[in-house]
Ligand binder design. Structure first.
Ligand SMILES: Cc1cc2nc3c(=O)[nH]c(=O)nc-3n(C[C@H](O)[C@H](O)[C@H](O)COP(=O)(O)OP(=O)(O)OC[C@H]3O[C@@H](n4cnc5c(N)ncnc54)[C@H](O)[C@@H]3O)c2cc1C
Length: 346
C-alpha cells in the first residue's frame, strides 16, 4: 500500500483482516495530509449508490474499537444549489432509512435566515479525523501489518523504496501525489486546495451544508465551529495545497454572514489547508492500472465518507472475488476544470 491516508489505511486494514500480509509505505506520517485535516463529516448528500457506500463506510468505522463514543449521527441543515433536487434526496434518504421525520424542528440555535432557499434537515454522521487515523493505524499494526516511512518512487513500471524494489501487488493510494506515481491518471484528475478554519462566534447547533453559497459549518462547542469552503482553487503541486489563504477564509465567513449577519463578529482562531484530488466526474477512482498495480484515489472532499467502502470494492477485486464497478474503475474521465461533486439531478 502506498499512502497512509484514510484510503490506504482502510484498504490495508481490510486486507489485513482478511489474512493478507500488508506493508504500508508512507512518505511522512499516517494522516499527514488531507485525512488529518478533514472536518470528519460522513456526508449523506449523495445519489443512492454513493449513499450506500457512505453507509457502508459508517459500518466500517463502527466496527473499530471505541467507535460508539466517537462516531455519531447528527442533524444537518442542507441548503441546495440549483439543479440539486431536495425531494429526490429526501426520497433516497427514506429508502435508506436515514430520513429524519418531517416534524423535526430545525432548531439551529442562531437566528438563521433561510431566505427563499429551499432547504431540508437531513441526517449525517460525524467522526473525528485524529481518532479515525489512530484507530485504523493501531488496528492494522495489531493484525500484523507493517508501516515503513519514506517515499516510494517509480522507475518504468516498477516501484522502489530506498532503492529496494517493492514486490507483490501494489496499490497506489497516495492522494494528490498519485499523479506523480501514475502519470497515467494525470489527464483525468485535478488537484486543488481544500481549506477550513476554526472560528469563535455565533454557532448553530446543527451542521450546515450550504451548497448554494458553497460553505459548510460544523459546530465543535457552544461558541466554536469549523467552517470550510465548497469552492476550491486548482493547484499544480500538492505542496501548494498546505498554505491556507486568509482571504479565502474571510470569503467563507462573508458567505455565512449572508445567512447570519452577526457572523461578522466572529474571530478566526486557526486556519489550515491540504491538497485534495478529484476526477473529471467527481466519482472516486479505484481499479487495476496494469499488472499487479492498482489505484485508489480521487475522493475529492468526501474521502472520509467514501474511501473505506470503495477500498472494500478494490479488496474484492484484488482477491479475485469481484470487479470494481465500471463507474469507479474507468481511468479516463473527462476533466471539466471545476469540481462539481455528486450532483443529484431531478
Ligand atoms: C480541510 C478539509 C476538510 C475536509 N472535510 C471532509 C469531510 O468533512 N468529510 C469527508 O468525507 N472528506 C473531507 N475532506 C476530504 C478528505 O479529507 C479526503 O478526501 C481524504 O482524506 C483523502 O484521503 P486519501 O487517503 O485519498 O489521501 P491523503 O489523505 O492525501 O493521503 C495520501 C497519503 O499518501 C502519502 N504519500 C503520497 N505520496 C507518497 C509516496 N510517494 N510514498 C509514500 N507515501 C506517499 C501522503 O503523505 C499521504 O499521507 C476534507 C479535506 C480537507 C483538506
Amino acid at each position: 500500500m502506498i499512502g497512509g491516508g484514510v484510503a490506504g489505511l482502510s484498504l490495508a486494514l481490510i486486507l489485513a483482516r482478511r489474512g493478507h500480509k500488508v506493508i504500508l509505505y508512507e512518505q511522512d506520517y499516517p494522516g499527514c495530509s488531507a485525512t488529518g485535516r478533514s472536518a470528519g463529516i460522513i456526508v449523506t448528500i449523495f445519489e443512492d449508490r454513493l449513499l450506500k457506500l457512505a453507509l457502508e463506510t459508517l459500518d466500517f468505522y463502527m466496527s473499530l474499537p471505541g467507535a460508539v463514543e466517537i462516531v455519531k449521527a447528527k442533524k444537518a441543515l442542507y441548503l441546495n444549489k440549483s439543479g440539486v433536487c431536495i425531494s429526490k434526496l429526501l426520497k433516497i434518504h427514506e429508502l435508506n432509512r436515514i430520513a429524519i421525520p418531517d416534524d423535526v424542528d430545525p432548531d439551529l440555535g442562531v437566528d438563521f435566515d433561510y431566505g427563499k432557499d429551499y432547504y431540508a434537515v437531513i441526517r449525517t454522521y460525524l467522526t473525528d479525523a485524529g481518532w479515525t487515523i489512530n484507530t485504523l493505524y493501531s488496528e492494522f499494526l495489531r493484525l500484523g501489518g507493517t508501516i515503513i516511512e519514506g517515499p516510494v518512487e517509480r522507475k518504468g513500471d516498477k516501484f522502489y523504496h530506498s532503492g529496494n524494489r517493492i514486490e507483490g501487488k501494489i496499490v497506489i493510494a497516495a492522494g494528490p501525489w498519485t499523479r506523480q506515481l501514475l502519470p497515467e491518471i494525470e489527464d483525468s484528475t485535478i488537484i486543488y486546495r481544500c481549506q477550513a478554519a476554526s472560528v469563535e462566534g455565533p454557532t448553530p447547533r446543527m451542521i450546515i451544508e450550504d451548497d448554494s453559497l458553497e460553505y459548510y459549518l460544523v459546530p465543535t462547542s457552544d461558541s466554536r465551529f469549523v467552517i470550510g469552503d465548497g469552492g476550491n482553487p486548482v493547484i499544480k503541486d500538492p505542496i501548494e495545497g498546505f498554505n491556507p489563504d486568509p482571504e479565502e477564509t474571510y470569503g467563507v465567513l462573508e458567505r455565512y454572514a449572508k445567512r447570519v449577519p452577526e457572523a461578522w463578529e466572529s474571530r478566526v482562531v486557526q486556519m489550515w489547508a491540504a491538497p485534495c484530488i478529484t476526477t473529471g466526474d467527481s466519482i472516486p477512482m479505484a481499479g487495476k492500472v496494469f499488472d499487479n498495480v492498482y489505484v485508489l484515489t480521487g475522493f475529492d472532499g468526501a474521502g472520509i465518507s467514501l474511501a473505506p467502502a470503495v477500498a472494500r470494492l478494490l479488496a474484492d477485486e484484488i482477491e479475485g472475488r469481484g470487479k470494481v464497478p465500471n463507474e469507479f474503475s474507468r481511468l479516463e474521465r473527462r476533466v471539466y476544470g471545476v469540481v462539481e461533486p455528486y450532483v443529484i439531478n431531478c
